[in-house]
Ligand binder design. Structure first.
Ligand code: ADP
Ligand code: MG
Length: 336
């Protein structure tokens, strides 16, 4: 590589994250030496982004850096854990310094925001691929699992799922017709909601503060990476329950509502984004009804919405006018 692997790591990655006192040896040796605090369990997660699969070709490098870390921090949040250390396996087709500077800034800003140190990694040449591992802590025995849900627990979701899938659809439309300025985006009343949706795909917010609070409130948790209905089905299966969802309770953001009102998406497309879009990295969790007061302020702000409940049995059921109809996540997977 033109710049040389050593110089590249020094310039763009040695100081990309937070510095922490529990890292006796970080980037630069054959391995990192890390010092976990006594009384905590270590939580390890790994997620890989491949160009053309997990983000569009030519995506903004700052967004790629942010997402590569954010998707891992979201898994840490879903375990109720606090992140500490990250490793980055970078496969690059060429050494493009402006690209690396932006990528490293996207990764580094989010890492610093959550006090995550970049303690090592690997750098190779090949098709653009970002592999990230994150390690975090949770008080011993308190990690949040998918399997703790019980019949009667309420099903809740953070934020407004569907926005990221809508944002990705907008990005794909823009790259499919690059020369034609989109009437939608150039209209001044609509540009703000569409920019918001795009932002939700490019810069997802890992729900770490909520995840840590859920350790003592929730019975089970999962992050929404593959679509709300699919991930709800996974949580229910792990808990040995059926999951009942009331579609009319699903939250829809002001931005997505505005995009539908303006005809950018049909109502059916918006519903598919909400039910089956991935990439939101919101938290989906169950809790006994007794936990509602502890989350009432979040519910009132719209940061958490009760969308259904676990029941005895198995599978996904949609409650329409009080009647439960069997459903499958695949029926809503318009992107599969
Ligand atoms: P080795 O050949 O012994 O595996 P490398 O030359 O690949 O070592 O890496 C040197 C150091 O740089 C190691 O500490 C490694 O963890 C770190 N490193 C390599 N690539 C990255 C990267 N993309 N981000 C952060 N650290 C990296
Ligand atoms: Mg070595």
């Amino acid at each position: 590589m033109a710049l040389g692997e050593f110089a590249l790591i020094e310039r763009y990655f040695r100081a990309a994250g937070a510095s922490r006192s529990d890292v006796p040896i970080g980037v630069g040796d054959d391995g990192a030496i890390l010092r976990p605090p006594p009384g905590f369990d270590l939580v390890a997660v790994s997620d890989t982004l491949v160009e053309g699969v997990h983000f569009p070709q030519g995506a903004a490098p700052r967004s790629i850096g942010h997402r590569a870390l954010a998707v891992n921090l979201s898994d840490i949040a879903a375990m109720g854990a606090t992140p500490a250390w990250a490793l980055l396996s970078l496969t690059l087709p060429t050494v493009d310094e402006p690209w690396l500077a932006e990528f490293s800034a996207g990764f580094g800003v989010l890492a610093c925001e959550h006090e995550v140190a970049l303690v090592g990694g690997d750098t190779t040449r090949g098709p653009l691929t970002l592999g990230v591992q994150v390690l975090g802590f949770v008080p011993q025995g308190e990690g949040l699992r998918r399997s703790g849900g019980r019949p009667g627990d309420l099903l809740c979701v953070s934020g407004t799922p569907g926005d990221a899938a809508a944002g990705l659809a907008l990005l794909q439309r823009a790259s499919a017709r690059p020369a034609v300025p989109s009437a939608e985006v150039s209209s001044s009343t609509l540009s703000a909601p569409l920019a918001t949706l795009q932002q939700r795909f490019e810069y997802p917010t890992p729900r770490l503060a909520l995840g840590a609070r859920l350790r003592t409130l929730a019975s089970a948790g999962i992050d929404v990476s593959d679509g709300l209905y699919g991930d709800a089905t996974k949580l229910a299966a792990a808990s040995g329950c059926a999951v009942h969802i009331e579609p009319q309770r699903l939250p829809c953001s002001a931005a997505l509502t505005a995009a539908v009102a303006a005809g950018v998406f049909t109502a059916a497309e918006a519903m598919a984004f909400v039910c089956a879009g991935g990439d939101d990295y919101e938290l989906l969790f169950t809790m006994p009804p007794a936990a509602i007061p502890a989350l009432q302020a979040d519910i009132d702000r719209g940061d958490v919405t009760i969308i259904g409940a676990l029941a005895s049995g198995a599978g996904l059921w949609l409650l329409e006018q009080g009647v439960a109809q069997p459903a499958t996540a695949a029926g809503f997977d318009h992107f599969g």
